[in-house]
Design a binder for this molecule. Sequence first.
Ligand SMILES: Nc1nc2c(c(=O)[nH]1)N[C@H]1C(S)=C(S)[C@@H](COP(=O)(O)OP(=O)(O)OC[C@H]3O[C@@H](n4cnc5c(=O)[nH]c(N)nc54)[C@H](O)[C@@H]3O)O[C@H]1N2
Ligand SMILES: Nc1nc2c(c(=O)[nH]1)N[C@H]1C(S)=C(S)[C@@H](COP(=O)(O)OP(=O)(O)OC[C@H]3O[C@@H](n4cnc5c(=O)[nH]c(N)nc54)[C@H](O)[C@@H]3O)O[C@H]1N2
Ligand code: SF4
Ligand SMILES: [Mo]
Length: 748
Amino acid sequence: MSEWREEHDGVITTRACAWSPPGCHPVSCGIVVTVKDGKLVKVEGDPEHPITQGRLCPRCLDLKEIEYNKDRVLHPLKRDPKDRGKDKWVQTTWDEALDLIEEHVNKIKQEYGPESIMVLQGTGREADSYAFSFGYSVLGTPNALFSMSGYSCYGPRTAVADYVLGAGYPELDYAAYFPERYNDPRYEVPKYIIIWGKNPLYSSGDGFFGHAIIDLMKLGSKLITVDPRVTWLAAHSEYFLQLRPGTDAIVALAMLNVIVNEDLVDHDFVDKWCYGYKALAERVQEYPPSLAETVSGVPAETIIGAARAFGSNHPCSVAWGLALDEAKNGTQAGAAVMDLIALTGNFDVPGGVTLATPSPFMSEWQANALEALGPDLWNKRAVDPEWDGFRWTFASAHPDSILRYAERGKPYPIKMCWFFGSNPVASTAFAEPDRWLNVLLKMDFNVDQDIVMTPTAMACCDLFLPLKTTIEHQGVAFPHFGTNTHLLGAMEDSGVEIGEDCKSDLEICIWAGKRLNPEAWPWDTPAEFLTDALKPLGYTYEDLQKNVVIQQEFHYKKYELGLLRPDGEQGFNTATGKIELKSTIYPNFGEDGLPYYEEPPMSPYSTPELYKKYPLILTTGARNIAMFHSEHRQMPKLREINPDPIMEINPETAKKYGVEDGNWVAIENPYGRCVEKVKVSQGILPGVVHAQHGWWYPEQKGEAPNLYGVWKSNINTLIPNEHISKMGYGANFKSTLCKITKVDSLDA
Ligand SMILES: Nc1nc2c(c(=O)[nH]1)N[C@H]1C(S)=C(S)[C@@H](COP(=O)(O)OP(=O)(O)OC[C@H]3O[C@@H](n4cnc5c(=O)[nH]c(N)nc54)[C@H](O)[C@@H]3O)O[C@H]1N2
Ligand SMILES: Nc1nc2c(c(=O)[nH]1)N[C@H]1C(S)=C(S)[C@@H](COP(=O)(O)OP(=O)(O)OC[C@H]3O[C@@H](n4cnc5c(=O)[nH]c(N)nc54)[C@H](O)[C@@H]3O)O[C@H]1N2
Ligand code: SF4
Ligand SMILES: [Mo]
């Protein structure tokens, strides 16, 4: 094993794990960073990393372009609130920045109460590890949240996992906990893997590493893919269920129908560990494959074939993705997918779907922050009564509620926002971003921290704090958002000298914490903080640094070992102690305890009149490898891979609307309009279009109203807020309606 750091003739080589910024989910890929005289020479994959084994995606390989990017902000900037939207930023010091923050926070707290401050986090960057507790223990507000309508990223999936399994986020078993990986004698290669609404080769599977699927394919796993587009994995699948967007639940229910009626059920497992089988078996009779074919467009025989393959082979696994979150009916679809795994006895068996126990890393600190906030303030967090299901089961404020609070000033006003790893105006986390920008412009004070100036900061912020990149600071990287965390990895300062005046998210927490709530922030350095946060695991930050990666202990069949329940009893951590095929919680919140299918709120069947005017089904935001949401547009090599916002359309549909490859089209529906570039592709269903999200043009004028062209290709102007389920989850980012019209240019 090589040393974590080596130094020869002024050349420093550091082995570490990458996270953010620039953006990525907590994948923790192994990197080797070479620095000479303070200059970054290269970034390579670390062959000794147990999971990534030397493999990296283009975004890490291209880190140099962000390190030395002309758009990087290297000093704190302030701007008079009356100049919002104008490029009138003035360089300031960290000291002055802190004075400004303290002044505004105290004033707002006194006049309106601490709940009038909100912290908006984006997705899964390192900032997210700290954002909530920063809100609670630095700013003293209960309103820290992710701003996407219906919490439509992971919210629905983690909630379903909690309701149905009472165990953390389940994942495909790719032998990640074992140093010998697939060769470990405990492991078995899955016979079939369902890839459901996920494209892990591009999305890195969010800490699950897309290349594990390729490894498993080489070892013999066969694939079943559920997607409206022909992805590479779909093209290499034995069964490809090419469905109309938003119809996942009916496809899953029809697969359950086959498994029940052909008795492909693992009765030993179901009898012992599942609650509500009889009710579920009755419910799925309402969803024969023939009906699912009519609704979803997937031939009944393909559904039957896939269900038989999955039900009669063992072990089998499932990788479930974002498409299940980004739908009003998504919690139902998710429950049905969990039921497929349960009925076939594939939970927590080798080569099946691993159950998780939360990582103790930072958990004590997070619990303390919440406790310091106190129950009175906690209960004030923004959640409307109609989403009580969310209030009682999800530890956060609700994005759709806080938007309403801010718009109405009731039940209390929202007066300040701190963006903690989010660029929501850039068509990313926000649906109807114009509505959000309106309320943000009414705030008294907005703070952002980022590596580059963004449309959000330019539009509405008063203070901009410059960040260190992933190779400039210390931290801990952990896959799968703290559940199913097979490893912890060290992020390291590689010695690259650039942002002398930049700080990491953790350094910002410590810096502001020491001023605003000193008792809660005794640490002087990130390493001190991280050592404390690692204490429950029995090692220090230095231990992690030296090892680069420490893999966690793992046990299969945790329900037999009493590892899933706080009382140490066998079973699952649900009210019945079993996997709840029929939920005992849902009825308390007006939701059906059994999974069901419901049409998307805007669809050919739920809104036939609207469909006449907007005759195309729109899905959005499938990931591409060169970009992470709104990021990387200013990195020349990555931009070259994906220079324009792409709308994919089937040749037959393109012909019908008179558009060709490379044409610009306006995409419209009653909520909004944007312009993207046509890519004609056999790989998408006729009548369906797919549009990229997160587009802005850093090369364009930043000042309002242009804001780097953020309104030009902003697909989220077409996505409504509040079209979400009774439990408060899932907005239809991946299934709505639109029409297209050929236009002359991006600026049309
Ligand atoms: N139409 C459509 N919209 C979507 C989606 C879709 O599928 N379709 N997907 C949605 C999903 S799943 C998500 S999660 C959201 C994501 O939405 P966001 O997470 O808000 O994504 P960004 O707009 O890229 O904003 C993130 C900002 O954080 C900065 N950043 C990067 N790394 C760090 C870091 O370590 N610390 C800090 N402080 N900042 C950092 C980046 O430079 C960037 O400006 O978008 C959603 N939007
Ligand atoms: N390179 C890169 N990686 C990323 C991100 C990024 O921006 N760039 N974002 C990160 C984030 S925040 C997330 S949440 C993950 C998301 O990553 P994934 O879970 O992989 O999700 P997506 O790539 O949005 O979509 C996956 C697939 O769903 C298909 N799809 C569209 N509509 C439907 C539908 O209605 N039903 C079904 N079954 N499939 C549908 C799309 O065609 C696409 O192939 O990726 C993370 N990783
Ligand atoms: S997935 Fe993330 S951490 Fe891994 S190589 Fe790509 S950008 Fe880097
Ligand atoms: Mo996400």
